[in-house]
Design a protein around this ligand. Structure first.
Ligand SMILES: [Mn+2]
Length: 357
């Protein structure tokens, strides 16, 4: 049954590509999304298909409208869990979603997510995309490994990372997440493009990776080198701000209100922080006010036995908002007026969820 589900999903995606042309690729703006877009678009070109346009996307786009007149009829969305309202916007287009977040209802779209066939292995989208199109682009294994590192997927996909490291002569170290190596470095450098230049930077990163023949050339790319030097400086000063302002509750959750002007940096700061010794085993919650209607929440829980999507689900029975993600990394959007209520509910529900697991 499971093999059947997998084959059926793969066939649906491949049929979608064979039957159509001129694809618009929507991709998440992190390094997993960016590398997924590189792998997907290169595979499409190898298959003799045309890519009409690229559109870097984040979850805030779900709330705003997107002007679809810039895009072709056939849209492929990578590395994002689309909400119902997001999918409704694409009603008169053909939509294919390649994703690894929580499963969604997918009756009206072409959809592939390993969870459909019960595969709960944490599989970053870049790796899922690579496996789908491996026959067409076997040489892009190193691009997939960058996305895996960027999504903290090295630990669960160690065999893949080790194989790719061997083939590309990349030295691995002994860290659990297989992040402390050139794959991890490249993912940080790619992320720096988005940090420094926003959406345009993410788009530029897609172009840079597509025109770069190897991992070694990528990490020597001058544009990436200078973007990551600037981002590093910025992150160091934000980190200092975090150390001064963080608030620890019940020896479990660190809350931090981040500077709205530096909102782009939130997820790049929180991910490495949560892996540090001091914060491993604790939950970190960043709250960043985006505008008068929205406060964005970034959450990391490394080394904590908690299911963040379940916690958020319970919270949103009490207050307005939405969110989701993975057990150890999640994000949400709430109203700025609900900040204190969210903190209280988050503490309560986290403790309940931990004792349940
Ligand atoms: Mn991802």
């Amino acid at each position: 049954m499971k093999d059947f589900d997998k084959r059926a999903a793969v066939t649906r995606v491949m049929d979608f590509i064979k039957k159509n042309d001129n694809f618009s690729i929507f991709y998440h703006l992190d390094s997993d999304g960016i590398t997924s877009a590189v792998i997907l678009s290169t595979a499409l070109e190898k298959m003799g298909k045309r890519v009409y346009s690229f559109r870097v996307t984040n979850y805030e786009d779900f709330e705003k409208g997107i002007d679809l007149s810039y895009f072709s009829d056939n849209i492929i969305l990578c590395d994002m869990q689309p909400s119902k309202s997001f999918m409704d916007r694409f009603n008169n287009r053909k939509l294919c979603v390649i994703d690894h977040h929580e499963l969604i209802d997918n009756d009206n779209i072409v959809y592939i997510n390993p969870k459909m066939w019960g595969d709960m292995t944490y599989t970053p989208c870049s790796l899922l995309t690579y496996r789908l199109f491996e026959d067409f682009i076997p040489e892009l294994d190193w691009v997939a490994a960058i996305g895996v590192a960027g999504d903290s997927g090295g630990k669960e996909n160690g065999d893949f990372v080790r194989k790719v490291a061997k083939r590309n002569v990349v030295q691995l170290k002994n860290d659990e997440y297989l992040f402390d190596n050139d794959f991890g470095l490249a993912s940080i450098m790619i992320g720096s493009m988005t940090l420094q230049y926003g959406r345009i930077g993410a788009e530029e990163a897609v172009g840079i990776i597509k025109s770069t023949p190897s991992l070694k050339d990528l990490i020597e790319n001058q544009r990436l080198v200078s973007a990551s030097a600037s981002a590093k400086k910025e992150l160091l000063s934000l980190r200092e701000h975090f150390e001064q302002k963080k608030e620890l509750y019940d020896d479990l959750v660190y809350f931090f209100e981040a500077n709205p002007l530096k909102k782009r940096y939130s997820s790049s700061l929180i991910t490495p922080l949560s892996l540090e010794k001091e914060y491993y085993g604790k939950v970190i919650v960043f709250m960043t006010r985006i505008n008068s209607k929205t406060t964005r929440v970034n959450i990391r829980a490394n080394g904590v036995n908690i299911k963040l999507p379940e916690v958020l689900k319970e919270i949103f029975k009490e207050i307005n908002g939405n969110g989701g993600g993975h057990n150890m990394a999640a994000a949400a959007a709430i109203r700025p007026t609900d900040t204190e209520k969210f903190k209280r509910l988050f503490l309560e529900e986290s403790k309940k969820n931990i004792s349940k697991n």
